[in-house]
Design a protein around this ligand. Structure first.
Ligand code: MG
Ligand code: MG
Length: 273
């Protein structure tokens, strides 16, 4: 257990507070999913998100983050952009997919989640990429058990993706611990052997976020110093949830139903309260 030194372990009451920020993020993403359609700009989605978060007592956690400071409430990454796209005047077109990543702070506690949304009529292989990536996230969450290890999650993600076809899984970007800060130890890779890394204990909160492409796993950082795009221009998908483990099972803090439905489909125990 010494590998768990330096990890932020929350009390049940603090996890309950993280559920408040997680729900706000989850509900904001549902709003954005409904709003994302041909003709809408990524900046329109960003304004909707900021208004919704602030109206519900939250603070957008991405705004002003790092250097150069991220300028917006959401990351909006279109097509070959994988993560960290800056919203703006780009008009979503029929056939696009947009990854929307959203973070909020309520009373000092962070939530972080992402969805990738098809816009209009999207190619079948791209829709399949979205399905595989989202399912891999849930397989990863379902593989997490108290007393297990962090790498059990990435092992399940990679294992699922590899059975579904020839996809690229990003290795240069990972999930992360989360709580009083958005990005905390440990890293949560989306690949690897099981049984490695910190032990999964009650009170640990993790953001799990597979990033998968139709081609290469290699990426470039664009000139805006934020946007991460595939080197080969292939389409990418990104799904993310913040979750924790209680004695009863997994509790997906950024899923509106706490993850109950998807965990049940996978035969995994639901630990929400
Ligand atoms: Mg995120
Ligand atoms: Mg994250």
């Amino acid at each position: 257990m010494f590998a768990n030194r330096g990890l932020e372990i929350k009390t049940p009451a603090q996890i309950d507070q993280m559920r408040v920020s997680g729900l706000l993020v989850g509900r904001t993403l549902e709003l954005l999913r409904d709003a994302a359609r041909p003709g809408v700009t990524t900046g329109d989605l960003d304004r909707l998100a900021e208004t919704h978060i602030r109206d519900h007592g939250g603070i957008p956690s991405f705004k002003g983050y790092s250097h150069p400071p991220f300028p917006a409430t959401i990351c909006a990454s279109v097509n070959d952009e994988v993560v960290h796209g800056i919203p703006g005047d780009r008009v979503l077109q029929d056939g696009d997919v947009v990854s929307i990543d959203c973070g909020a702070i309520v009373d000092g506690w962070h939530g972080d989640a992402a969805i990738t949304v098809p816009i209009g009529d999207v190619a079948a292989e791209t829709l399949e990429l979205l399905r595989v990536t989202e399912e891999s996230l849930w397989r990863g969450l379902a593989a997490a058990h108290l007393g297990g290890r962090v790498s059990d999650i990435g092992h399940a993600i990679e294992g699922y993706v590899r059975t579904q076809g020839h996809y690229g899984i990003l290795e240069d970007y990972t999930g992360h611990g989360i709580g009083t800060e958005m990005h905390m130890a440990p890293n949560v890779p989306n690949y690897g052997k099981r049984g490695k890394g910190p032990t999964l204990v009650e009170g640990l909160a993790l953001a799990v976020e597979p990033m998968v492409t139709l081609g290469s796993k290699e990426t470039d950082l664009l000139e805006d110093e934020w946007t991460v795009a595939t080197v080969d221009g292939s389409m990418a998908a990104h799904f993310e949830h913040t979750f924790t483990l209680t004695p009863a099972g997994a509790w997906v803090l950024t899923a509106v139903d706490g993850g109950a439905a998807r965990l049940a489909e996978l035969g995994a125990a639901y630990g929400g309260r």
